[in-house]
Design a protein around this ligand. Structure first.
Ligand code: ATP
Ligand code: MG
Length: 543
């Protein structure tokens, strides 16, 4: 079924129908001051989605107009993450490549009497700007002549003035009900080395001036951004029109993605990285795309999530469980099933010898495939799959009970031993003859099925399990930090077949959850997995 058009598509459809545009060009404009997060994925899906839908173009444009916070490390990570998500940009562009053209636009505005150099400092400018209820006051420098402004702007550029001592401002309307139109700052003096232009410039354009120009220079038809820029749209249009791009891009705003139990602002994420709360931007607990990749989230599941969230005109918070639902749904179809014991105790099985089984990789596969798993009289099982004093309704192995070993025999309890702390160290069982699948006693009633690993043929492994970064609630982020968001299990054992796994391979560890081999998997003989998501779903997807 064809989905009905969202409001952005409706605008574009009209623009095509009216003949305003024949080719649709969008852009994704990250500022390289941090790593991309799941919110950016939504913007990516919308912008690249339009490219696909209308057979148009989408540029990757770095909005690198603020040298103070930007860095090449971020430029590189952004490219990697977009490629990983599965998008291809038509051109890789940098706002800083337009600095000369932007400067010329500043000159143009001055010549039209629409911009002036102002000597007030930040505090004075703020004071003169007025408030939501009271209009502002004109700057005493507002009536400088064109010639004087041209001269001062050139001197700003050539480095004659100290940082912060002069700005170029648009001459619009200090009484406008829209504060963004009260003579906004277009350029400031700032000495800082830029990651691309070095020390060539000591003046830098402000976002509200630079962005419409970047869009216009590139012939962007629809400039899609988040809702907080709605009030800036009149200024966007003012810059566009007065700099000579009357038929230039149209800004369209949509609701930014917010999610519970996590943070979605580069500023806060950077803080977590800088103060060591997490292990870098790609920590698997981070809502960054690199963190999700490390954790083992499949990229198509993230795109599916963005698709399901849809495009809205009102901000709302999406349940993180919905993203997990999409991840789980993808992995259920694609991840091979294997057996891993997280907290092992020994089980001795009497009456069996060494055997090798073919375990089905994935019951959802149309074409069946299998991998070999060995079995012997010495196994590992989960500590909590045997209990001496079980709770009511316990379905696994107990004293005098029976249980099925997945893919193998039904076993019955014989006896158990405890260590010096009183903890169970080994449980001894007897295999029921012919109880394997297809055998004469296979139909015997048993309450539970447990997983196991051959203690004579296994691989030691490490499991990292994650919880949300933030506790529920709406207090300050720093107070909501979940101190137990990472738990490491370093005594786990897995079937030998996992020796051949590669970094980022995803598996279902039966009865436990979905896990992914870490990026350095197997290096130095360490076999480590990140838990991607648990098996259980707390989320009900609306049909
Ligand atoms: P943050 O507030 O997290 O620091 P930002 O908006 O400053 O993000 P940019 O690098 O400027 O980050 O964003 C690039 C593009 O991604 C912009 O078009 C922006 O609107 C969009 N974007 C950023 N965060 C979200 C979000 N949470 N949901 C949807 N789109 C987003
Ligand atoms: Mg931004």
């Amino acid at each position: 079924m064809e989905k009905s058009a969202n409001f952005i598509e409706e605008i574009i459809n009209n623009d095509i129908a009216s003949g305003k545009h024949t080719e649709i060009i969008t852009r994704f404009p990250p500022e390289p001051n941090g790593y991309l997060h799941i919110g950016h994925a939504k913007s990516l899906c919308i912008n690249f989605g339009m490219k696909t839908k209308y057979n148009g173009k989408c540029n990757l444009r770095y909005d690198d107009t603020n040298p103070t916070k930007e860095d090449v490390e971020y430029v590189e990570s952004i490219k990697k993450d977009i490629e990983w998500l599965g998008f291809e940009w038509d051109a890789e562009l940098y706002a800083s490549d337009y600095f000369e053209r932007m400067y010329e636009c500043g000159v143009k505005l001055i010549n039209k009497g629409l911009a002036y150099v102002c000597d007030m400092n930040g505090e004075q400018i703020r004071e003169y700007r007025g408030t939501l209820v009271a209009g502002g006051k004109n700057s005493p420098y507002r009536d400088r002549t064109v010639a004087e402004n041209i001269d001062l702007f050139a001197k700003m550029r050539s480095g004659e003035f100290a940082d912060g001592s002069k700005v170029l401002r648009a001459k619009i309307d200090m009484a406008s009900p829209n504060i963004n139109l009260r003579d906004p700052i277009l350029y400031r003096v700032l000495r800082d080395t830029h990651h691309r232009t070095g020390d060539t410039w000591c003046i830098y354009p402000m976002y509200d001036f630079a962005h419409p120009l970047e869009d216009a220079f590139e012939g962007i038809t629809h400039s899609i951004c988040t809702l907080e820029f709605e009030d800036h749209r009149p200024l966007y249009d003012w810059v566009k029109i007065n700099c000579g791009f009357e038929n230039g891009p149209r800004q369209i705003e949509f609701a930014r993605l917010g999610m519970n139990r996590t943070i979605m602002s580069k500023r806060y994420l950077k803080k977590l990285v800088d103060d060591g709360t997490v292990n870098g931007w790609a920590d698997p607990r981070m809502p960054t795309l690199s963190g999700m990749r490390e954790r083992g989230y499949p990229a198509p599941a993230i795109r599916e999530f963005c698709e399901r969230v849809g495009v809205a005109k009102a901000n709302s918070e999406v349940d993180t469980a919905m993203l997990e639902y999409c991840v789980r749904e993808n992995l259920n179809r694609n991840a091979d099933r294997v057996m891993v014991v997280k907290d092992p105790i020994k089980m001795i099985v009497e009456g069996v010898s060494a055997e090798v089984y073919d375990l089905e990789n994935n019951p959802n596969d149309e074409v069946k495939s299998y991998h070999k798993t060995s079995f012997s009289s010495e196994l590992f099982i989960e500590r909590d799959d045997f209990m001496v004093t079980p709770p009511p309704k316990y379905k696994r192995l107990m004293v005098d009970g029976t249980v099925r070993l997945r893919g193998a025999y039904i076993v019955e309890y014989v006896r158990h031993e405890v260590d010096e702390n009183g903890d169970v160290s080994v449980v001894i069982c007897r295999a029921i003859p012919d109880s394997k699948s297809g055998g004469e006693n296979a139909g015997m009633k048993v309450k539970g099925v447990i997983h196991w690993v051959n203690a004579n043929d296994y691989l030691p492994c490490v499991l990292n399990e994650f919880d949300y970064l933030l506790n529920d609630g709406d207090g300050e982020f720093s107070e909501r930090l979940n101190k137990n968001s990472l738990v490491v299990f370093d005594k786990a054992v897995c079937e030998k077949s996992l020796e051949k796994a590669s970094a980022y391979d995803a598996f279902q560890f039966m009865r436990m959850g979905y896990y992914s081999a870490v990026s350095g998997y197997g290096k130095g003989g360490v076999y480590e997995f990140n838990r991607i998501v648990t098996l259980k779903d707390s989320f009900k997807m609306k049909k």
